[in-house]
Design a protein around this ligand. Structure first.
Ligand code: DX5
Ligand code: ZN
Length: 227
């Protein structure tokens, strides 16, 4: 990427509703939209694959009426095939699955594609890149987990930077690398330098005093890292 191109490219900021105030999810969504969020990230946890239980498809569907921002649905659930239709109908634009949870990963990705949705795979910190070797052409997004899945507010795991740089070399140019977990301006900068495009933000954004300032800071981090 040359300097001119890199100055034009903007990081896409995806707030995770898991970190929002649960008593006012709709207002929080509208607040981050006004502050400049590009997509909304829904962390779906089933109490099995990860300990926590979070949002059902009815919650996603209810919020679909509030905004036209794209919805990312990050499925941290066992056997996601059972839930893909429901979340697609609820208004997901991108469905992300973890390879460990799929009986037949290729088939699951094909199912998402056949529904007309964008296809994403999430790689845990310990998950090798090889699991997606033969599915690469199907992928719109690889979500690199820079923490272990299950909760917000965890510390960024530096070893994932190497994974990002290897992925950038083997993925198709159109495939987005989004980083998820422990993102702040300093960790985002390292991710971008290694080839990530976009980020999920939870605690950094929702604990800030100004959502607009937090989002602008993340977006300007991109520019600093690419000049
Ligand atoms: C972790 C989730 C993340 C996380 C992001 O399982 O996938 O989306 O909640 O939150 P922060 O930015 O606080 O790590
Ligand atoms: Zn997530």
């Amino acid at each position: 990427m040359n300097k001119e191109q890199s100055m034009d490219s903007k990081v896409v900021i995806c707030p995770s509703m898991l970190s929002a105030d649960s008593t006012q999810l709709g207002q929080q969504l509208l607040a981050v939209e006004s502050a400049g969020a590009d997509r909304i990230h829904w962390d779906i946890m089933d109490g099995n694959y990860v300990e926590a239980i979070t949002f059902g498809s009815h919650v996603v569907a209810a919020h679909r009426k509030l905004t036209s921002l794209p919805f990312d649905v990050h499925l941290m659930v066992d056997d996601p095939d059972r839930h893909i239709d429901n979340f697609a109908s609820a208004g997901a634009d991108l469905l992300i699955v973890h390879p460990e949870t799929c009986k037949h990963l290729h088939r699951t990705l094909q199912k998402i594609k056949n529904l007309g949705k964008e296809v994403g795979v999430a790689l845990n910190p310990s998950t090798p890149i090889e699991v997606i070797s033969y599915c690469i052409e199907m992928l719109d997004v690889v979500l690199v987990m820079t923490v272990n899945p299950g909760s917000s507010g965890q510390k960024f795991i530096d070893s994932q930077l190497k994974k990002i740089s290897v992925l950038r070399k083997i993925l198709l140019p159109k495939t987005e690398i989004c980083v998820d977990g422990g993102i702040n301006p300093s960790t985002l900068k390292k991710c971008l330098e290694n080839g990530a495009n976009n980020c999920v933000t939870g605690a950094f954004l929702f604990n800030s005093n100004s959502y607009a300032d937090a989002i602008n800071t993340l977006k300007s981090t991109t520019k600093l890292s690419t000049t």
